[in-house]
Design a protein around this ligand. Structure first.
Ligand SMILES: [Zn+2]
Length: 427
């Protein structure tokens, strides 16, 4: 038992009392919990740990490096999400502080240029229709690369036209022309517009009100008004409001209560919705809301805020990710028994970074579970790329004029320019 940290939560005798209890009411999820033996396999992972939790850096690096050049047949179903694969892999590598060779970065730029639609925005692959999700992924990937070549790929005027083509009269956005509306699109639009300096008040007229309608009685946000609160949508809606400078208009205390209640008492990781199973990717979608909330409550003058930790169990989340979500040959996953993939690798590592770093560039405190080598680079809580990459993109694009959107219809609402683009101030 050499090297076992006395503070490891998973060795606590009382922890088994925190496993999932269905109160005698069977649901699809409680049956799945039994069928998957989710709790049992998590406890197995906790039990077989005889040393400090270790991030399998080299294994993850090899897995990611290979994925940038070659994907197995299993990824055929993601043919319409290819910029996402670029983002997931590049962001994972920057968190691991593994540089990408210049030639590889240039190849990625050229590939993403081929995904850009002649009518603006990026598609899931060359020759496909533009869509907001791969547009977000492509812009983030290009900002991570952060070279002149990368920035110059983005046609900002046409990107603005594309965003206008998706805007709805009620303030929401479609994901693609003729496509569905949900709060992901508001975030993707606000994220790419603020990073590339094409955000105009007219473009986001009424968007704040539409997002606010997605916060429901639970406290979290749903995909569209009136549905169940969900971790991914909650992050998207909250981060979009931060970009628009209007997060204070949410019921922040209700949101805080909902999101902290999603951290699982036994596993330490987060679930996506009430009564669902733990999943590694919510390490970012849920825990990533806490830095946004901390900043929002600080701006509201909340006096009880901690100056050295977020309002969730940061070490418990690190324990879940490091003990239960790593494939021994590289890559991270949803929960024990599931396969690795680049999506979960990106969002488990992003969540791990949130759990390791408190504060921002000015006020920063690290809480690293295990060895110092487990430390990842911090991630920007609004854009989920490293903070210096956000700064680099802003420095580049703020020098360029905002394209004229007077030809588009709409009125002026007086929304401030993207305040959130800078690192959020904290106590
Ligand atoms: Zn997941």
């Amino acid at each position: 038992m050499d090297g076992v940290s006395p503070v490891l939560r998973s060795f606590s005798e009382q922890l088994t009392a925190e496993t999932f209890i269905d109160d005698g009411v069977e649901t699809v999820t409680s049956l799945a919990s039994v069928a998957n033996k989710a709790d049992e396999s998590v406890s197995d992972c906790f039990k077989i740990t005889f040393s400090l939790p270790t991030l399998l850096r080299d294994q993850h690096y090899q897995y990611l490096k290979k994925g940038l050049r070659h994907l197995s047949d299993a990824y055929e179903c993601l043919d319409a999400s290819r910029p996402w694969l670029c983002f997931w892999i590049l962001h994972s590598l920057e968190l691991l502080e593994e540089p990408v060779p210049a030639t590889v970065a240039s190849d990625v730029c050229q590939f993403l240029a081929r995904c850009q639609s002649p009518t603006g925005g990026f598609a899931g692959g060359p020759g496909q229709y533009a869509h907001l999700a791969p547009t977000y992924a492509a812009v983030n990937a290009l900002c991570i690369i952060g070279t002149e070549e990368a920035y110059s790929v983005i046609d900002r005027e046409k990107l603005l036209d594309f965003l206008w083509s998706l805007k709805q009269p009620d303030g929401s956005f479609m994901m693609h022309v003729g496509g569905e509306v949900d709060v992901r699109s508001a975030y993707c639009a606000a994220s790419v517009a603020s990073l590339t300096n094409i955000l105009t008040p007219k473009l986001f007229e009424d968007t704040t009100n539409w997002i606010l309608r997605c916060q429901n009685w639970e406290g979290g946000l749903s995909g569209v008004p009136g549905l169940e609160a969900h971790g991914g949508y909650t992050f998207c809606g909250t981060a979009a409001l931060v970009i628009l400078g209007n997060e204070h208009m949410l019921d922040l205390k209700a949101l805080l209560r909902w999101v902290v209640s999603r951290q699982m008492r036994f596993e330490g990781g987060f679930q996506g919705r009430c009564n669902k199973l733990v999943d590694g990717c919510y390490s970012f979608w849920q825990a990533g809301v806490l830095p946004l909330l901390h900043r929002a409550l600080f701006k509201e003058g909340e006096s009880e805020l901690s100056r050295n930790q977020w309002m969730f169990e940061q070490k418990a989340l690190q324990e879940y990710i490091l003990l239960c979500c790593q494939n021994p040959t590289g890559g991270l996953l949803d929960k024990p028994g599931k396969s690795r993939d680049f999506y979960h690798t990106c969002y488990c590592l992003s969540g791990l970074a949130v759990a390791q770093h408190f504060g921002n560039l000015d006020h920063h405190q690290e809480i690293i579970l295990g060895k110092e080598e487990n430390r990842l680079a911090p991630t920007h809580p609004v854009y989920n790329i490293c903070p210096e990459k956000v700064a680099g993109a802003l420095e580049h694009f703020l020098k360029l004029p905002i394209p004229d959107d007077s030809r588009h219809v709409g009125g002026f609402t007086g929304i401030k320019p993207p305040a959130a683009a800078a690192a959020p101030p904290l106590p």
